[in-house]
Design a protein around this ligand. Structure first.
Ligand code: SF4
Length: 164
């Protein structure tokens, strides 16, 4: 069976590999985290009239698809923008591998009233191939990667696990 690498895993790959390891090994504390709750709330209250939460193979979860074959991912801030961009590139990559091409994608920041267009280049595809491989290997490690303090630790759902 093909291994399940989700968009959130790709996001965490760029945010923190330790966080990725916890998440990939189903140590899930996100539901209790205030920032995640805010993200969910925002998601539920933004763009009410659009189609929402398209789940494909339980691997990618697209917030909504507007007219013109456009994927959208909603984020509450641009704080970790690179990670969000790669998450959306992964959606395009995953769908392309399954024969769905010619999609456009955008990340929406409703609180900032801004959006960013995302494209998938040949180089991105090669990089994503390697990232998927790395995530798969990291998942199998018996222990999480070493702890290195980051700016985002204070807001991370796994804070208490790392700062014991
Ligand atoms: S608390 Fe910091 S080091 Fe630990 S998982 Fe979260 S971001 Fe990574």
């Amino acid at each position: 069976m093909e291994e399940r690498i989700t968009g959130v895993m790709v996001y965490y790959y760029f945010v923190c590999k330790r966080k990725l390891w916890y998440f990939a090994n189903e140590i899930n504390m996100e539901a209790e985290n205030e920032n995640v709750m805010l993200g969910k709330l925002l998601d539920e209250n933004s763009y009410k009239r659009s189609e929402k939460h398209i789940n494909i193979d339980n691997v990618i979860n697209i917030d909504f698809v507007k007219e013109h074959r456009e994927l959208h991912e909603v984020k509450k801030s641009k704080a970790i923008e690179e990670a969000g961009i790669w998450q959306v590139k992964y959606y395009l990559y995953y769908l392309k591998q399954r024969g769905v091409e010619g999609l456009k994608a955008k990340i929406d920041y409703p609180l900032l009233k801004k959006n960013v267009e995302v494209e998938l280049t040949q180089e991105d595809e090669e990089r994503l191939g390697k990232i998927v491989q790395e995530i798969s290997e990291l998942k199998k490690q018996a222990y999480p990667p070493d702890f290195k303090k980051k700016k985002i630790c204070g807001k991370c759902a796994y804070h208490d696990l790392c700062f014991v």
